[in-house]
Design a protein around this ligand. Structure first.
Ligand SMILES: Nc1nc2c(ncn2[C@@H]2O[C@H](COP(=O)(O)OP(=O)(O)OP(=O)(O)O)[C@@H](O)[C@H]2O)c(=O)[nH]1
Ligand SMILES: [Mg+2]
Length: 485
């Protein structure tokens, strides 16, 4: 029997990827390894459609390699099999892949329902390794290796809570109310301000006043999201509670707090709110990072850049703020709090992806990536360091249009052709120009875009042909390609 080399003896160990140099022995490699890919993003960013299409295209990749050529394991002909993981005793709810495919492949074809909570799904990928890993594996278990890809769908709103961990209740209240006093937010928050104006933090603690303040504040957050497209809304669990029961520690809201005040006495309304805020931080926010971020070494943050542009200046600025806040969850150098919670574990790679790129012609997609990069000061090149490796791209999980040109005023203009939801016929759409930088306040006069909701294309529910997409394979190769080498 071939001798199994000890990993420290292997020449060229320096060339091994990070994940492997930390692997204690090769047995784990031979029997397979697991990679967690977390898919997140704000409401309606495209998480469910992304996971559904990704799973369907992986399961179809053997039959139709042309769907995923930029995932190198597929492009290089090294994929041996991809199948849904067999039923296991996992703790998270299962991602409804089959129901989603059925909906999208139905007549009429419909997009999947919005999601309420975290869920996961596993795909086992059997592949022929290349290079050093392949040579090491062959004496052990033939040529094939298995990567267990576990994909998790969780709301990006939860990442908006990270800043709370370094704030006191007084700081958070001041900052939050200052934001709600600006522009459109001030109009929406009129009732809430009237209520907190009558209830100073120093008044005696009252369960009913605290609950009423909380209910009013929660209605405000949901209205701002659903009616006005705002997204920088904290605490994240107030709008995406997931499986949290409506426990009394959640019944808090910001109050008017004078500058210089930092703590409230027990028995005051401020004291009660402060106590609940601290329990929320400990029980919800810290536990989320502790339970999940340790495992989710690869993450993709989906951003509906086009939707934000369509929704107008305030909604766009809000998406920008939220994207910047989300980015902080992947910057460890600056965040002692995350280092304290996660120890040496960290997210290794993050892709910020502008979704629904099929709404615009090819030439505009570079603009969309540039805009996303400039929205959150995302690095131009991924730099290795304490932070996660970060990259940015544009993608469409389900390409619902094709490109064409239209002759207008003596010029050929690129357009997209698709079927608007509910319409019987395909039509050409001149989507408009995507700016490469966040527009200045005076540039919001005329709309940038005119984009309908398209119906999904014809989809075969059997995992054979796959689903047309843009860059889904490139995104997956960036995220887990090293684990399929
Ligand atoms: N044309 C097109 N539309 C898309 C694509 N991805 C998502 N959409 C549209 O965006 C909507 C929202 O997508 P979802 O995947 O449900 O978004 P989500 O992030 O899971 O939303 P929540 O679960 O509500 O947070 C869909 O219903 C589609 O209308 C895409 O690749 N192309
Ligand atoms: Mg969803």
């Amino acid at each position: 029997m071939a001798k199994i080399p000890i990993i420290g003896d292997i020449p060229g160990l320096r060339d091994l990827p990070d994940w492997l140099s930390g692997t204690p022995n090769l047995t784990e490699l031979a029997k397979g390894s697991t990679v967690w890919l977390a898919v997140t993003g704000l409401s309606r960013a495209g998480k469910t459609v992304f996971i559904t299409s990704l799973v369907h295209n992986l399961l179809s990749a053997l039959h139709n390699p042309n769907r995923m050529p930029l995932l190198r394991a597929v492009g290089e002909g090294r994929l041996i099999a991809a199948q849904l993981e067999a039923a296991r005793a996992h703790t998270l709810p299962r991602f409804p892949y089959a129901a989603n495919i059925e909906a999208m492949a139905g007549t009429p074809s419909v997009w999947p329902e919005p999601t309420a909570d975290i869920s996961e799904i596993g795909v086992d990928i059997r592949f022929a390794p290349t290079g050093l890993v392949g040579q090491l594996l062959s004496p052990l278990g033939g040529k094939a290796a298995t990567l267990k890809l576990r994909i998790v769908d969780y709301p990006g709103e939860w990442l908006l809570d990270l800043p709370l961990l370094s704030q006191s209740y007084a700081d958070w209240s001041r900052q939050t109310l200052a934001l709600w006093k600006r522009g459109l937010r001030a109009e929406l928050a009129r009732d809430f301000f009237a209520f907190v104006g009558e209830h100073p933090a120093s008044e005696p603690s009252s369960e009913s006043v605290a609950k009423e303040a909380h209910d009013l504040y929660r209605v405000l957050l949901v209205t701002a999201r659903d009616k006005h497209g705002l997204s920088y809304l904290q605490p994240g669990r107030f709008i995406r509670p997931g499986a949290l029961a409506d426990a009394p520690y959640l019944w808090f809201a910001p109050l008017e707090v004078a500058d210089g005040v930092d703590r409230f006495t027990a028995g005051s309304l401020g004291g009660l709110m402060q106590e609940r805020f601290e329990v929320y931080k400990r029980e919800v926010v810290e536990k989320f990072y502790d339970n999940y971020f340790r495992n989710y070494a690869r993450q993709i943050v989906l951003v509906d850049v086009l939707g934000a542009l369509l929704a107008g200046r305030e909604a766009f600025e809000d998406t920008r703020l939220a994207t910047e806040a989300i980015l902080q969850s992947f910057r460890y150098g600056q965040h002692n709090i995350l280092t304290r919670i996660l120890g040496s574990s960290r997210v290794e790679k993050v892709l910020f992806a502008a979704t629904k790129a099929d709404h615009i012609p090819d030439r505009q997609r570079e603009h969309m990536s540039a805009l996303l990069r400039n929205m959150a000061a995302l690095p131009v090149l991924s730099a290795r360091g304490r932070d996660a490796d970060i990259d940015v791209m544009s993608l469409a999980s389900v390409a619902s249009t094709v490109e064409a040109t239209q002759h207008i005023d003596g010029r050929d203009i690129e357009v997209v052709v698709g079927r608007k939801i509910g319409s019987a016929k395909q039509a050409k759409f001149l989507s408009g120009e995507v700016p490469m930088r966040p527009p200045r306040p005076d540039e919001w006069g005329a709309p940038f875009l005119d984009i309908p909701v398209f119906e999904p294309p014809l989809i075969d529910p059997a995992p054979v042909d796959g689903i047309p997409h843009i860059n889904l394979d490139l995104a997956l190769d960036y995220l887990i390609g090293d684990r399929l080498q």
